[in-house]
Design a protein around this ligand. Sequence first.
Ligand SMILES: [Zn+2]
Length: 445
Amino acid sequence: MPALNGKRTSKKSSDRQNKAIRYRAYPTEGQVVLFNKTVGCKRKIWNLILADRKKAWQNERKTIKPTPAQYKDKYPYLKEVDSLALCNAQIDLDQSFSNFFNNPKHFRYPKLKCKRKEHPSYTTNYQAYTKKDGTLSESIHVGNKFIRLPKMGYVKIVKHREVPSEWMNAEIKSATFSRESDGAYYISVLYEFELEAQETDNSVIDIDKVIAFDYKSDGLFCDSNGKVADMPKYFRKSEKKLAKLQRELSRKTRARKNEDPSKNYLKQKKKVGKLHQHIANQRLDHHHKKSKEIANLYDIVFIEDLEMKGIANKKRHLGKSTMDNAWGLFTTLLKYKLEDRGKILIRVDRFFPSSQICSNCGHKQKLSLSERTYKCPSCGTVIDRDHNAAINIRNEGLNVLRSEDKNITFTTAGAAGSHACEDKNKTSVSREPTPADSVHLSVKQ
Ligand SMILES: [Zn+2]
């Protein structure tokens, strides 16, 4: 099928893809010390280069691009850590600058990094060369129980997963070593690989396998069949617990001037960090399971192209739950899981008034945010607001598909295998038409 407004991509055999596998790591005490040093040096390089660039511009109106190597004489301790980690800090800063210059409205001028706010992690790249005796020397090596990294040596890991066999000609690109707020270490290995081209007939679409989701700020989403996907109870429970821990934290003395934070404060902070991480893990786990379930069941998923930041700001009181649901994360997972299966996620224009239109007759009216039910004055339909919106998103998505490709045939599961291909220009619907079918039935006759 052709690309849809540039938003849809079809898979080619030569496409190289990137995906990471993240392993839990158990560094030794010495490795933890080196990890902290590397993160510190990475921050140092960022701050040094940033300060020098700023100075050069203010004094001489010159853009300079210093490299980490230039600072190693003045700060010899920089030599102790992985030089590629420092190079990546320089590259990140360059990127930060070009983001700012290209789009100053959206990106801020790069800021100095401080230890307290930084997420401790660094990235090192894969490099390989052939030694004189013909053996290959690699900077990153993934073994069964260890990952070898430059300067670090062998770091113990739990290899819960092998590189999938579908990843053809997989090559390591880089590795990112990080520590999460609960104190756990991870090494994420980024691979580049090819996927075998999937021969799918996209000219026949089974409309039973087309679904749309309307984003729900107090849950996760409502689909075009009227089903609501909520966040599970255990997740809500953790949230309540977190609120309690944070209240307790706010009552503890943080630190007076020139003093270290109190022991109780640090203890409580660690507890909060641990629970934060636990909630993030629960959410990720839930989103993985949910998106996998959907990717297995459906061929095409339509979602509204939402600007999440806008929603969180506009509906102030909904802001927190909007962020918590991590709709963005969910759609990212869903997108790649669908694409892995040769299926697609399509974003429908976010200015399409999905909640205002009656999904049954097309009547249009304004609805306030508090109205949870759509009551149509024209045809008398009474339907849940989110369900109505999801049906509209589905209809709009199908309309766009049809206008993109005139040869698309819509069929239902029963007809798919047998005679769907016979009448290319007809829509065969063998079941009772639902409101969702109304639009395409009227178009294709
Ligand atoms: Zn109506």
